[in-house]
Design a protein around this ligand. Structure first.
Ligand code: DOR
Length: 423
């Protein structure tokens, strides 16, 4: 007998070009059958009118553990993830202490196993202590289970260090993920431009992102490492990534919900919930990012879920930390930016949240394969709902989308054949 039977849903699996009304049977943690399934199961989910797709994957999540468990833990991040329809998340290493050695990687994996919710995959630091000087023990971290490397929060400023990191990453077969920002051009607190001038706040120009990206692309040409651009924020970067891809470089990129939906005008009330790094940019940048996601220049969508304590986010704009959380409303936000605007259809959006991020981190996830892991998300594509941060499972509340009306929502998340979330 099957453990779970999901009946009559619109099964969308972009990796296998599937888009049809079908049943999905799950047994012993694996996909047992896709098609017309007769017989009984221990649990049957009627998915008429719903989308049934591979479990969603978010490759940019700050879990804050170890070090800032008052903001988030691996368990609360994983719980927020499944409530957002995500069955796999990539944990960023800017923890305290930073995740720059195999023991730290093993710790994250152990905490994730204890939480037993979403799959939590560790991204290790590129450099020891995220200081940008000396390479971290990348090989040992890969052996322990790290699937990517980044100093996220900071870009690697030294070209020599970055070049070495790319060479090691190539040998290890893992991607390097860069927070592209030249540190000398990072002095401000919001996008540079008319709004920053009017508010009397220091600006961060798009040039800082593009200069590091340009340098890295030159280095990527000279190695064979896979290179991933985190949270692309400006039109110039989209153009550079498009050109790099058409020249055949092994470059991938992600965009975050806030950069697809908000501009620097949102900072006009000095609300620190809109303070994020890279900063919210101009309407032209938003348009270019959306176009980049639509044409595949930007491969995938990733939240950069960055929890911060209430008391810190209540500081004045200049002093508050950078960061936005959105794991629990991301799907509806992406749908608003890309589907409601007619730029993508559901198979297109789901590809950018499943098989595409899985291939960035080179994991056999993000697809529905008979005999493969039963990670499945069920989405109501027509559910109108209002984002209420008070109901979030995350430990933090720094979400600028509170009160937004959205029109799509995950209603179930199944990880390895177990139902981890049901609305
Ligand atoms: O806004 C951000 N917050 N951007 C980052 O790159 C880091 C993150 C954090 O860790 O708070």
């Amino acid at each position: 007998m099957n453990d779970i039977l999901i009946t009559n849903g619109r099964v969308i699996d972009p990796a296998n070009r599937r888009d049809e009304i079908a049943d999905v049977a799950i047994a012993k943690g694996k996909i047992a059958r896709i098609g017309k399934v007769s017989g009984k199961a221990r649990e049957t989910i009627d998915a008429k009118g719903m989308i049934v797709c591979p479990g969603l994957i978010d490759i940019h999540v700050h879990c804050r553990e170890p070090g800032h468990e008052e903001e988030e833990t691996i368990a609360t991040a994983a719980s927020a993830a499944v409530a957002g329809g995500f069955t796999t998340i990539l944990a960023m290493p800017n923890t305290h202490p930073p995740m720059d050695n195999e023991t730290a990687v093993l710790y994250v994996l152990q905490r994730a196993a204890e939480a037993n919710l979403a799959r939590v995959l560790p991204a290790g630091c590129i450099t020891k202590g995220r200081e940008g000087k000396e390479l971290a023990e990348m090989g040992m971290m890969v052996e322990a289970g790290a699937v990517a490397f980044t100093d996220d929060g900071d870009g690697v400023a030294s070209a020599t260090v970055m070049q070495r990191a790319l060479q090691y990453a190539a040998r290890l077969g893992v991607p390097l993920m860069q927070h592209c920002q030249d540190p000398e051009l990072a002095g401000g607190v919001m996008n540079s431009g008319a709004v920053a001038v009017r508010l009397g706040l220091g600006g961060i120009a798009p040039a800082g992102e593009q200069i590091m990206l340009q340098r890295d692309l030159e280095l990527v040409k000279r190695t064979v490492a896979r290179y991933h651009v985190q949270h692309v924020s400006c039109a110039g970067s989209v153009e550079m990534i498009r050109a790099a891809k058409s020249a055949g470089l092994p470059v991938t990129a992600e965009a975050s919900p806030h950069h697809l939906l908000l501009t620097d005008a949102a900072c006009a009330e000095y609300d620190p919930n809109f303070k994020v790094n890279p900063p919210l940019r101009s309407a032209g940048d938003v348009e270019a990012l959306r176009a980049g996601v639509a044409d595949g220049t930007i491969d995938c969508l990733a939240t950069d879920h960055a929890p911060h304590a209430k008391e810190e986010k209540e500081l004045e704009f200049g002093l508050a930390p950078f960061g936005i959380i959105s794991l629990e409303c991301a799907l509806g936000l992406y749908a608003k930016a890309m589907i409601d605007t007619g730029l993508l259809d559901w198979p297109g959006l789901i590809a950018r949240m499943t098989v595409n991020p899985a291939s960035v981190i080179n994991r056999p996830l993000g697809r529905l394969v008979v005999g493969g892991p039963a990670d499945v998300t069920i989405i109501n594509p027509k559910m109108r709902w209002t984002v209420r941060v008070d109901t979030f499972r995350s430990r933090s509340r720094n979400c600028p989308f509170d009160g937004w009306e959205l029109s799509a929502r995950p209603v179930a998340a199944i990880v390895g054949g177990s139902i981890k979330f049901r609305l």
